[in-house]
Design a protein. Sequence first.
Lengths: 114, 115
Amino acid sequence: AQSVTQLGSHVSVSEGALVLLRCNYSSSVPPYLFWYVQYPNQGLQLLLKYTTGATLVKGINGFEAEFKKSETSFHLTKPSAHMSDAAEYFCAVSDSFGNEKLTFGTGTRLTIIP
Amino acid sequence: KAGVTQTPRYLIKTRGQQVTLSCSPISGHRSVSWYQQTPGQGLQFLFEYFSETQRNKGNFPGRFSGRQFSNSRSEMNVSTLELGDSALYLCASSHGLARNTGELFFGEGSRLTVL
């Protein structure tokens, strides 16, 4: 079975500072990895995904993530935090090829300090 | 393009009752997945339907069931409700094709409270 671990259930950064949200995965096969964001009282929205190819993936709203196989990591970063980035972020791995079953991490709540 | 629509948004039930939640996917999407979100367990996969067939199932008891109609709309049902079923139930749709694996579009959810 595949799994993801998100380090830090709560992260606070100052506006304009670097955002770093950590995700490590466990997979016996090449993984499909995703970051989703959830704003209050809303569903989840896809930020970015890694399937194959380039290991540095760029997403929406200035976020990017780097797939590092040697470290089994897929950390999410943004150079400069904005107040609108305050939300909960979920890392996920596709359970198997060809269907839509995702295994999610427990989430990281990002707070932006003005 | 309309997004994923879930109804009802909020509902309150008592233990032992049953509930039916509805999900209308994005036009053209043939896959509908259901997830349960709770503070303690996080996001857990319930099941996925593709072209009216259950394609994948999570580890939930048989009280949780679903179906998909020919227009891709989906319903999930929970029978004999328990307090622990209180959660946000999220529906997600996608094309359901291998190249789109994991690109899910979520609705805003149905928040179920069991008293």
